[in-house]
Design a protein. Sequence first.
Length: 276
Amino acid sequence: MAGQFDALLATIQNSVVYDLEQPRHPEMPVHPAHRPGYRYFLHRRHGDTYNPDEGGPRSSASGLIVTIDHTGTHIDALSHQADTLTLYGGVGVDRRVETPGGFTVHGIDQVRPLLGRGVLLDVAAYKNVERLPPGYEITVADIEGTLAHQGLEIRSGDIALVRTGYGALWEQPEAYLTAAGVSRAGSEWFAGRRVAAVGADNMAWDVTDVVDPELACTIAGHLILLARHGIHIIENLNLEELAAARCHEFLFVCTPLKWKGATGSPVRPVAVCPAN
C-alpha cells in the first residue's frame, strides 16, 4: 500500500494544477434572474477583539456572505430545472419536494464530488478566433470538429468543458453577458454520450436569450441536461490558463458545498494536468 501511495503522490507532484474558478466580488457578472448576486460584509474586525490587557496579542476577524446559489463559478443541482413540473427521474414538484427550506430531493447536498476525466473543448481556438461571436450557438459540427482537431473523444462519465473565450471578459460584465453558448442540438449530443457533467466559460452554458423553436423555451440545454438526463452544469468557469497550456485532457476535481436542499453551489474546480 505504501508503494501505491508513493506512486500516486509522485504523479500529483509532477503535475500542474489549474484553478478554474473566477474571482467573486460585487461587480462580477450576474444573470438578471439571480440578482442581487453576491456581497461580503466584514462583520467582526481585529480592532473589535484586540485587548492586550485581558486577551493577549491575539485578535480575530470574520465576515458575512450573502449570495444567490447561482452566482460566480457554480454547479447546478438537478432541482434547478424541471420539465413540466417534474424533476429528473420522474420526481414531481410538490410541497413535499419543494419546501421553504429547499428541496428534499435532488438538492445540492446530494451531489457527490466530481472526480474524473476532464476534456476541454477549445471551440474558440478551433474556429481560430480569440472568442466566438456574441450569441453564437455552438453546433454539433463545432463540437465534433474541435474534438477531431484535438485528437480526443468524449466517453461516458467524462466532464466536458467548453471554451467560448468569454472567460477573459469576466471583469467586463456587459460584454461577458453577451457570450456564445452551446446549442440545443449540442446539449443533446453531450447527453447522448452520457457525460457526468458539462461546463463552460459563460453565464449559462446555453445562449441565455434564445428561444428554442422546438422546445419553445429559453436555455433549452438546461432542460435537456438537468431535467431530462440528470447531467450537472458548471457555469462561469475560467478556462483561459488551461487553454493557453493546451491541456485538453486532465483530471477534473469539483466539490459542491453541502448546502442542504439548495439548487446550486459555489465551487472552485481544478484541472490536474501532466507537467510538460
